[in-house]
Design a protein around this ligand. Structure first.
Ligand code: ZN
Ligand code: ZN
Length: 744
């Protein structure tokens, strides 16, 4: 069962930074220097250039070698609003004997960076030099860096060090940062232990712990702690309330959320646009548009987050018109709002609309897309198989000199793989130096869906050499690769090493992959045994994999069991009935077939309509079954007739049992079989795609047996490459064969 890697992008968080003072260009004159003590002048600097002047002067008069004066210089260059950390570090390296203050300033400055490894390195240097000892102003920032880097081992070791320090180990500032560190690393038990053992706690301690619970998925514990805080007469502040609101939103508890909102108003909690936004977000998450609208209208100050929260909230309920209205009525249309709309469309399975918005942004608004825009749009291209536009974005990235970070790299690899060009995906993969676990996972998924299992495994093994630890998604992808390529032993071996070697506990998706691997190889009994002994309750994906395997091997008994389990869990699962009925049809059990159809009609099961899309010259064309709405419909149907004639001339007849099989797309009539969406798309591809180019089609359901057969023949008769991506994998048709080797 292919579970291609998809990336969920967090919406950008916007913060409002204080506006920097207008940078004064004054050059300090000699007289100025004479009249002001140098050390006080440091505080008066407004730019790095002024600071450099003071630095030069300090060197001249020898003041630089005074540790205290030097530390003031470090502080200003590392922590002021015009700071330059590179400069600060250079200055630091020149100081013969940096004092504690200088060490701390640098450690602190680096801890706020995206990648705070320097913070830890400087800390280690400090320990090695041994002239100064870390203080209560050192540890909090080292813990902060550890939290950001999820450097659990390092932080825990440091905790041990702090405990032995006596007074420092009791400092509230240090302990609060320790709670934050443990909570951020997902060790809520350890965080709570620190919290509980604190002799004195301030509101920050409570907030950190409550937020830790709320963000870590323990909403009830967060709320319990909030009540306890009240009992102990600690006054909650705006940060506490934000954590409480976040917990309410995650629990979808509207009543409690309303109560929290009233609590804020009743208790005179400092209100701010940030807190208002948190209330707004809670209402939207709890599904109360009315409450959100009321608050939004009352809000005095609104920022980009307020607007995008409304926009995303509407989009989530499927009301895209309202979302659009929000965008149009914004005072200034920030790129973040556009991104929110594009991402909302993309994540609601409306990639075509997402591309329309992107186009509008580009052509009409002439706005410059940022990284988030590009990632969302690439992901929409991937869904649609729109390789022209996806490739255009790749060129755009290169032309604009945008550096490929891991997000963009992942999105490009994903787009090229899903659009059928795995070679291009590999090019992107090999062109970058920095690859995180998501980049590796996306590439493995790409190879998997193209049936290049051996390469996927070898890439997976290479991760170790590059010191990237595979995660749960990586393992799903590599197991998926094994199943698509029939690599039974390899798949089993990797599965068995999951806990011991990779430290990942198998979840439903991994079990589903292994069932699929065993099932495809005909080891149905083995697969059933695995399901019986699973550590987690088997979900629909597991039974679905078993049912799919039964279809390949025509095992009726197990198929019936699997189907029963499947519809018990998912009564609306149309695909399950279709698969079972196909298995009946294959063994000629027509009575069962018609009984099943009757049952489906009685249950009023709705089918997801089959839809195939094809991109030609940058435009995406969509076809439904029997569609005749396309402007070139006449030409398409003429081509279909020609195809039928040519197929007949080579002796092809739609397989009788195929026709009588239920296909996911509808009907038992041969007519309908000929008008499947992917056939319409193929015919359109043949008349509109240049012969040198492959025809790329994306279908939302599993490709049916007849269409698969026809695609193989067409690739030979017309000497064309056809790339068809269905819900589960890629089919690459060439010279009469398919890359799936008829295994899907
Ligand atoms: Zn079909
Ligand atoms: Zn195939």
């Amino acid at each position: 069962m292919a579970t291609p890697y998809t990336q969920v992008l967090p919406l950008p968080r916007h913060q409002h930074y204080p506006k920097p003072n207008p940078i004064s260009k004054t050059v300090f004159t000699d007289r100025y220097f004479e009249n002001h003590p140098l050390i006080l002048l440091i505080d008066k600097c407004h730019s790095i250039n002024q600071l450099k002047q003071v630095h030069a002067r300090m060197l001249r008069v020898g003041l630089f070698f005074d540790p205290f004066s030097a530390s003031k210089l470090i502080e200003a260059s590392a922590l002021s609003h015009f700071s330059s950390l590179d400069y600060a570090h250079k200055v630091f390296d020149e100081i013969p004997q940096p004092n504690l203050f200088s060490w701390n300033a640098l450690i602190r400055a680096y801890s706020s960076r995206q990648d705070p490894i320097q913070s830890l390195l400087i800390f280690v240097n400090m320990l090695c030099e041994g002239s100064e000892f870390p203080s209560k102003f050192t540890y909090p920032f080292v813990f902060k860096a550890c939290a950001k880097m999820k450097a659990f081992g390092f932080g825990r070791g440091l905790h041990g060090m702090v405990v032995k320090k006596g007074r420092v180990g009791l400092d509230i500032f240090v302990l609060n940062s320790l709670i934050h560190f443990y909570a951020d690393c997902g060790c809520l038990d350890a965080a709570y232990l620190v919290f509980e053992n604190m002799q004195i706690r301030d509101v920050v301690s409570w907030n950190t712990m409550i937020l830790g619970f709320a963000e870590g998925g323990y909403e009830d514990e967060a709320l319990k702690l909030f009540y306890k805080m009240e009992e102990e007469n600690v006054r909650p502040n705006d940060v506490t309330m934000m954590a409480v609101l976040s917990a309410c939103g995650k629990k979808f508890d509207l009543e409690l959320g309303r109560w929290a909102h009233a609590f804020i108003q009743r208790n005179g909690i400092r209100e701010s646009v940030i807190l208002d936004n948190a209330v707004l977000d809670m209402y939207m998450k709890c599904g109360s548009i009315e409450d959100a609208e009321r608050l939004f209208d009352e809000m005095g100050e609104k920022d980009i987050v307020s607007w995008t929260t409304m926009l995303v909230g509407y989009a989530r309920t499927g009301d895209f018109d309202a979302a659009r209205r929000v965008l149009n009525s914004m005072p200034s249309q920030d790129i973040a709002a556009w991104n929110a709309l594009i991402s909302a469309y993309e994540q609601s399975g409306k990639p075509k609309e997402a591309l329309t918005v992107f186009n509008e942004l580009q052509v009409i608004k002439k706005a410059k897309p940022d990284e988030v825009t590009l990632v969302c749009t690439l992901s929409a291209c991937a869904q649609l198989g729109a390789i022209d536009l996806g490739g255009w974005i790749h060129v755009y990235i290169k032309k604009q000199g945008i550096k490929l970070n891991c997000h963009l790299t992942t999105a490009l690899i994903d787009m090229y793989s899903k659009c059928g060009d795995v070679e291009k995906a590999l090019d992107v993969f090999h062109s970058v130096n920095v690859r995180d676990v998501f980049v590796w996972s996306a590439m493995i998924a790409g190879l998997a869906m193209h049936g290049r299992g051996k390469e996927a495994i070898s890439l997976f093994l290479k991760m170790h050499d590059h010191k990237v630890k595979p995660n749960s998604v990586t393992l799903t992808n590599v197991l998926c690769a094994c199943s698509h390529s029939g690599l039974v032993e390899e798949g089993q071996a990797i599965f068995n090493q999951m806990v011991t070697v990779y430290g990942v506990v198998p979840g439903l998706k991994h079990y589903a992959c292994l069932v699929d691997i065993l099932g495809r190889a005909g080891e149905l009994e083995e697969a059933v045994k695995l399901i019986r002994n699973m550590a987690v309750t088997p979900g629909p994906s597991v039974w679905g994999a078993l049912l799919g395997a039964c279809r390949l091997h025509g095992n009726l008994e197990i198929a019936e069991q699997a189907c029963n389990h499947l519809v018990e869990l998912e009564p609306e699962n149309h695909g399950a009935y279709v698969l079972l009925s196909n298995i009946y049809a294959k063994s000629g059990k027509w009575d069962e077939v018609s009984m099943l159809r009757k049952r489906m009609r009685e249950c009023g099961l709705k089918k997801e309509p089959g839809c195939s899309s094809i991109e030609v010259n940058g435009t995406v064309h969509e076809f439904l079954v029997g569609d005749n709405t396309h402007p070139r419909s006449q030409k398409i149907y003429a081509k279909l007739d020609e195809i039928a004639a040519r197929l007949k001339s080579v002796g092809y007849v739609s397989n009788k049992s195929q026709i009588l099989q239920l296909v996911e797309e509808e009907d038992m009539q041969e007519q309908a079989l000929n008008l499947h969406s992917e056939k319409l798309a193929m015919a359109f591809g043949l008349i509109s795609v240049a012969p040198s180019q492959p025809i790329r089609i994306v279908k939302n359901l599993r490709v049916c047996g007849d269409c698969h057969e026809v695609a193989k023949l067409l690739s030979k008769l017309y000497d064309r490459e056809i790339l068809l991506r269905d819900r589960y994998r890629f089919h690459h048709f060439k010279e009469g064969n398919c890359s799936c080797k008829d295994y899907w």
